[in-house]
Design a protein. Structure first.
Lengths: 538, 207
């Protein structure tokens, strides 16, 4: 009997063992007589072997994956390329920023210039002293919003690429590193007595730390001075940044003065503004400020000329010189003598009206606005509730995003809050220690970018502290049976509501606030520590 | 509590536990894993992660999604292992689970539709033109096998997935059909065509 040959597909089915038994038998019978089909079946069988062998020899990437280190993240070429690209972009952008002719008034706002950076730090310390923790919390909220916005933007960009999102934190870190890398040249001097002699010129930024820092010559860059006494008799072409007991400028500073000092005496010329925390600020009648003064401190006496506005938050303000624009003060005491001249408005906020003395001879071109500081309850204004609602929504959104991106980390941190005193203790230490570490890092200047990054993480953590503690409180109250994300978020909502309400109880609220921040920070640190350990051991 | 958290962070190995487990036979490891023993689950992970990852890597198109799918398989193992009855060998069962996970991932990407859609009608009927390239001959060298692998990885999804399920996971046509929610005949056709496409793409070699 001559049988018709089988099709290749049938043979393939047979080789795969997928042919029905009777048909398979018929095929086998046929093979005994048909050399052509036999060859085909043999070839197909060989092909199958090729396929399984090839597939089973896993590609190299899979082999390297086989060890599956607990840290799944490894540096691939792609990551390196991205980092390089970001570095290049970062330096280009920072160049561009520096060369961009930003209006001088906004220059301090430019985070890529040195003055911008120092300003950032300065403003923070200034505001910290002014508004205390409330201010810090606001800053943290700002950082929170920035994080939120970048997270949202990032999520939108990476939508559908979940794996990338998981590495979001890493990318952010790389970005931060890359952006803060462009560094600057500087000269360092330290000793008991650091002086730039009258005939000497320092071309770079000068970082001086000494008992007495005296500049009689010229510093072409900025002067960063830390010491007991800082005296500028010569010229500083850049900014003067001082942290000293006494700062005295009899020469010229062409940039700004940023200072934390017990007493600042300006008898010379200042090109731009003074920003400072000063116990006593004295602008001598020979002194001249090219722009503005923004200081908080004890006593301020202005005898010289300020071209633009003056903002002082002080206990005593004496003005006998000339102010080009507005004078704004908040404090206890304000005196304007006969020789005083205010080119713009005068606004003062004082406790008692009789603490304001304005001599008849004093000139005030604009309006006089003197207000009594009366503490009024903010609970009556609808804006307050709106603000709270927005805050709550923001915190919920941040919590949700955090849970989405780092589910394990967020939930574990929430649990760690439960370790109570330990978290609290660690948190107090971190809250106090990190600023010190930041200052140390910033002073060494090599660590400037590090300190900025630390600051960002610190503020973000302060913001998130409330989220973690809120989630924890909610968990305790609701006692959800499961541990789903929904439960966590519901807990967060309840917890945040409670924390917010408790926060408004006078005195106790502040204490609770502080406790929450410490607890959250402690839990965060604890979880960071845990997560950084390569092998989990119970 | 701690064991749970460890699992939540991804199956991680404990140095001491691993050594203890290494000698155990598969059955007792599985038995202990069913009792939610984190160490046993870790051991299963250690033994089969590579194989599972290999499947995911073939089925899905990016390293990241393959990693995700792999960790999902092992994360769910804690629960899914309860449904394992020793009627099939464990590795095979595990690969079937992993295959399902990948198909789910593919389906998600295709917005809820079937992972592999039946594109044409009557696809099961295949005409064998005489000009079709002949089956691949034995491949001996490492490089040649790597080339075969690369070519498979570059096949269109509807060819690649059934092919990998058949020759890597070693599933039957019925099992593949079930996973992909397709007719058995169609699976057979896809596998057949996949091979032909593969032959076409691989440089012609003398047998």
């Amino acid at each position: 009997v001559i049988m018709e040959c089988y099709s290749e597909q049938t043979c393939a089915l047979a080789v795969d063992g997928e042919l029905a038994a009777d048909e398979a038998q018929r095929l086998r019978d046929h093979l005994t007589t048909c050399a052509r089909c036999r060859a085909l079946v043999d070839a197909l069988r060989a092909e199958n072997r090729v396929l399984s062998e090839s597939l089973n020899e896993l590609p190299e990437e899979a082999v390297s994956q086989a060890g599956f280190s607990p840290q799944r993240w490894s540096w691939g070429w792609g990551d390196l390329a991205i980092m390089a690209a970001v570095l290049v972009l970062g330096s280009i952008i920072s160049r561009w920023f520096n060369e961009l002719s930003i209006p001088a008034a906004l220059e301090w706002f430019n985070p890529f210039s040195l003055s911008g950076r120092t300003n950032l730090i300065f403003n923070l310390s200034y505001d910290f002293a002014q508004g205390g923790t409330a201010m810090l919390a606001d800053y943290a909220a700002v950082v929170g919003w920035i994080c939120l916005l970048s997270l949202l933007g990032g999520s939108a960009l990476l939508l559908g690429r979940r794996a990338w999102l998981r590495r979001g934190g890493m990318r952010l870190l790389i970005m931060l590193i890359a952006l803060s890398l462009p560094s600057f040249a500087l000269e360092r001097r330290h000793g008991d007595f650091v002086t730039v002699a009258a005939n000497e010129t320092v071309d770079d930024t000068l970082l001086a730390s000494a008992n007495t820092v005296r500049v009689e010559g010229i510093v072409n860059g900025d002067l960063l001075a830390f010491g007991r006494t800082v005296e500028v008799r010569g010229t500083v072409k850049g900014d003067l940044i001082s942290c000293a007991q006494r700062t005295e400028v009899t020469g010229t500073v062409e940039g700004h003065i940023y200072t934390i000092t017990h007493s600042l005496d300006l008898e010379g010329q200042l090109g731009h503004s003074i920003y400072g925390l000063v116990q006593s600020l004295h602008v001598d009648d020979r002194g001249r400020v090219g722009e503005s003064i923004v200081v908080a401190g004890g006593d301020v006496s202005l005898e010289g000329i300020v071209q633009r506005s003056v903002n002082i938050f002080t206990s005593n303000g004496d003005v006998s010189g000339s102010i080009g624009r507005d004078l704004t003060m908040a404090g206890r005491n304000l005196t304007l003598t006969n020789t005083a001249r205010v080119g713009g408005n005068l606004s003062a906020r004082v406790r008692r009206l009789k603490e304001v003395h304005i001599a008849d001879g004093a000139t005030i071109v604009g309006k006089r606005d003197i207000q009594l500081r009366v503490r009024e309850s903010h609970f009556t204004s609808p804006r307050f509730y709106f603000h709270q609602a927005v805050w709550l929504a923001g915190a919920m959104l941040v919590g949700w995003l955090g849970l989405l991106l780092f589910p394990g980390f967020f939930q574990a941190t929430t649990q760690l809050v439960g370790s109570g005193w330990r978290s609290l203790g660690v948190g107090v230490g971190i809250l106090a220690g990190v600023p010190v570490a930041m200052v140390v890092a910033a002073i060494t200047l090599v660590g400037f970018p590090v300190s900025l990054m630390l600051l960002a993480v610190y503020l973000a953590a302060i913001y998130l502290a409330k989220v973690w503690v809120g989630a924890f409180v909610g968990r305790i109250l609701l006692k959800p049976s499961g541990a789903t994300k929904g439960d966590w978020l519901l807990g967060l909502l309840v917890g945040l509501l409670i924390l917010t309400i408790v926060g408004f109880i006078p005195y106790l609220g502040g204490l609770v606030h502080f406790g929450v921040v410490c607890l959250g920070l402690g839990a965060f640190t604890g979880q960071l520590y845990r997560a950084s350990r390569p092998v989990m051991t119970a | 509590m701690d064991a749970k958290r460890d699992m939540a962070n991804g199956p991680q190995l404990r140095e001491s536990g691993t050594r203890q487990m290494e000698g155990l036979d598969l059955e007792s490891v599985i038995a202990r894993a069913r009792g939610h023993d984190a160490e046993a689950l870790g051991e299963i992970y250690r033994r089969y992660a590579r194989r599972v990852f290999g499947l995911c890597r073939y089925m899905l198109d990016s390293m990241e999604s393959a990693e995700d799918a792999t960790s999902d398989v092992f994360l769910k193992l804690q629960r899914s292992i309860e449904s394992y009855d020793s009627s099939v060998p464990f590795p095979r069962w595990l690969l079937r689970v992993a295959g399902n996970q990948c198909v789910d991932a593919l389906r998600r990407r295709h917005r809820g539709q079937r992972a592999i859609a039946e594109v044409e009608d009557g696809a099961a009927v295949i005409e064998t033109a005489s000009s079709e390239p002949s089956p691949l001959g034995a491949v001996i060298s490492l490089e040649e096998r790597a080339k075969v692998r690369d070519t498979i990885a570059r096949l269109p999804e509807n060819y690649r997935v059934p092919l990998v399920l058949r020759y890597y996971s070693e599933l039957s046509y019925d099992e593949i059909a079930q996973q992909l929610n397709l007719e058995r005949n169609y699976v057979a056709a896809l596998i057949f065509r996949a091979k032909q496409e593969l032959r076409r793409r691989l440089p012609h070699r003398s047998k």
